[in-house]
Design a protein around this ligand. Structure first.
Ligand code: PEP
Ligand code: MG
Length: 592
């Protein structure tokens, strides 16, 4: 039966494919594709894991048999029997084999996928007793997973493709063609998303998340259609369901009818055509109709993203979110050498164009790893995040600063500091940058000159620009956080996503003032938050005087098209009237 789920549009385009549900975080496992030659080994891994658990239960049963009825209650004996029955269940075993053989899922992924299929059948049972056996099923699956951990799987790089062969008969699409896969999850951390970066998915859907959550930002950088905040998706969908993602409308259509499928197939081709048209602008300089040169820069998360930045026609990197090098490493942070190599790769990848490396910004919705994610801080977005974290651990910060300064010997590097609010923090940061230089001098290690800039992303910073302009060479407005902190809206929380409003007059005022004050002092100002890549805001930002935009590479050509159609002489007075309105958003929609 066809049904649709509404969420938040985060990455544009249409994707049509089969749902791949990744397990809940309780059974967080690695998801990757194996090679056909590894099928037998993966099936054996599951079998060995299961056999180990069966042996453990037999051992327990034997020791229970020697106990008296007081120490070994009947319930325990019955429970172990149930666990044995479930472990030896044919459907579980056959299903796991199918996922491995037909879909080439790794053993853990196959096991958790089949767990979901069987768990749903339990959910639908009338009998309370049987329904409650689902918890037992989850327990034994966890045990098998744990037993499998001892049997390591070969490390396999996920293949760089976004389709897999479907082996199942299908009425909607020809079985012989590659079928795109769509990732469906309750939630994905930014680190998970990063893992999917070299991966196979044609789109993704999550139950939770806001439009400018870091997960959504990484998804956007993958340039695949995505919807977040599509509540209950992972509950309502089943493994292998056909799904359409309409990334423009933020809608997910499950089990579409042939008519709907044809309609979206048409839309998908239109999107492709539009991309083709935009590609013609690749070498066109970004200059407005009245001759203003506009700098269009790329936001990147990993050094190798420099390739897509160059391909998109970016004239530099305006924001390298270095924290992605620090995530998912189980507390083992990258050392100076590793960081230096990574920054250097990005710098060299940009072929002489400038690279703005932002110092680590972990915390809030960017935990270092899962253990930190579960840390129950009351208000992580207001906690030890970004520069606060760096200043709290000077040794770690100095390591990063030295690595960045060393990379600057290989090309143009700008150093960007996130989340500053206090003059005291600025002075401490500057002192540590000087100290990092001294340390390198003492070691006789080469390093390069850097321009140092500050993110303006806390209202307090936007309201005290004087001190920022005194110390820094440039400013970069982080609108994602500026909106979050100005409007008191958690950017990662889909339940307040309707209040996350870049067009709020307070936000516009802070952005406009920052641009104006920076320009008045002759200091470059850019916007590197998601507002910069939103084509519906390009003209307004140009009208406010912005001349430097940094966004994920996939948006650059669309923004360039807007720039080419703009006349800043007309836009300047118009932007003033928009900002003077009580509801600038409404005025904008009337004007466009
Ligand atoms: C921002 O806050 O706008 C920004 C660019 O930084 P991040 O999204 O990484 O917090
Ligand atoms: Mg920010």
């Amino acid at each position: 039966m066809t049904f649709s789920i509404h969420g938040l549009a985060v990455a544009r385009g249409i994707a049509i494919g089969r749902a791949v549900l990744v397990a809940s975080s309780r059974l967080d496992v690695a998801h990757y594709f194996i090679e056909p030659t590894q099928v037998t080994a993966e099936i054996s891994r599951v079998r060995d894991g299961r056999d180990a658990v069966v042996r453990e239960i037999h051992r327990l049963q034997a020791s229970i048999a020697q106990m008296g009825p007081k120490e070994a209650p009947n319930e325990l004996t019955a429970l172990l029997d149930v666990h044995l029955l479930l472990l030896q269940d044919e459907e579980l075993a056959l299903g796991v084999k199918r996922w491995i053989k037909d879909r080439l899922y790794n053993a853990e992924w196959a096991l958790t996928s089949q767990l979901e299929v069987v768990a749903r059948q339990f959910d639908e049972m009338e009998d309370d007793y049987l329904r409650e056996r689902k918890a037992d099923l989850e327990q034994i699956t966890e045990k098998v997973l744990r037993a499998m951990r001892g049997v390591s799987s070969p490390v396999i790089q996920p293949p760089n493709r976004n389709t897999r062969k479907s082996s199942q008969q299908d009425l909607l699409l020809d079985d012989t063609v590659d079928v795109p896969l769509i990732l469906v999850a309750h939630d994905l951390s930014p680190a998970d998303m990063l893992q999917f970066k070299q991966s196979v998915f044609a789109g993704f859907i999550t139950d939770v998340g806001g439009k400018t959550s870091h997960t959504a930002i990484v998804a956007r950088s993958l340039d695949i259609p995505a919807v977040v905040g599509a509540r209950w998706s992972s509950q309502l969908m089943r493994q292998d369901d056909w799904v359409i993602i309409d990334g423009d409308a933020g809608v997910v259509v499950v089990d579409p009818s042939p008519i709907i499928l044809a309609e979206y197939g048409f839309k998908q081709r239109q999107v492709e055509l539009e991309r083709g048209r935009l590609a013609r602008l690749l070498h066109t300089p970004a200059v407005t109709m009245d001759g203003q040169k506009i700098e269009l820069l790329a936001n990147i998360e990993m050094p190798d993203d420099a390739v897509s930045a160059i391909k998109s026609g970016a004239v530099g990197v305006g924001l390298f979110r270095s924290e992605f090098l620090f995530m998912g490493r189980h507390g083992k942070l990258p050392n100076e050498e590793e960081q230096y190599k990574a920054y250097r790769r990005a710098v060299e990848g940009m072929q002489g164009l400038p690279v703005t490396i932002r110092t680590v910004d972990v915390g809030a919705d960017k935990p270092l790893d899962e253990s930190q994610r579960n840390d129950a801080h009351l208000n992580p977005a207001l906690g030890l995040r970004a520069i606060r974290w760096s200043l709290a651990d000077p040794a770690m910060f100095l390591t990063q600063l030295r690595a960045i300064l060393r990379a600057a010997a290989h090309g143009q590097v700008h150093l960007l500091i996130p989340m500053l609010a206090h003059a005291r923090e600025i002075r401490q940061t500057m002192a540590l940058i000087d100290h990092a230089r001294v340390q390198l001098d003492n070691r006789g290690v080469a390093y390069g000159a850097v321009k140092v800039g500050a993110m303006i992303e806390i209202p307090a910073a936007a309201l005290t620009l004087k001190v920022f302009l005194k110390y820094f060479d440039f400013l970069s407005i982080g609108t994602n956080d500026l909106i979050q902190y100005t409007l008191a809206i958690d950017r990662a929380d889909e339940s307040v996503a309707h209040l996350y409003d870049p067009m709020h007059p307070a936000v516009l005022r802070l952005v406009a003032n920052t641009i104006a004050e920076g320009r008045a002092q002759g200091k470059p100002v850019s916007v590197c938050g998601e507002m910069a890549g939103d084509v519906s805001l390009t003209k307004l930002l140009l009208g406010m005087g912005l001349r430097s935009f940094s966004m994920h590479p996939a948006q650059i050509l669309a923004v360039k098209q807007e720039v080419l159609r703009s006349d800043t002489v007309k836009l300047t007075p118009w932007a003033e009237t928009v900002m003077a309105d009580d509801e600038p958003g409404k005025r904008m929609s009337k004007a466009t």
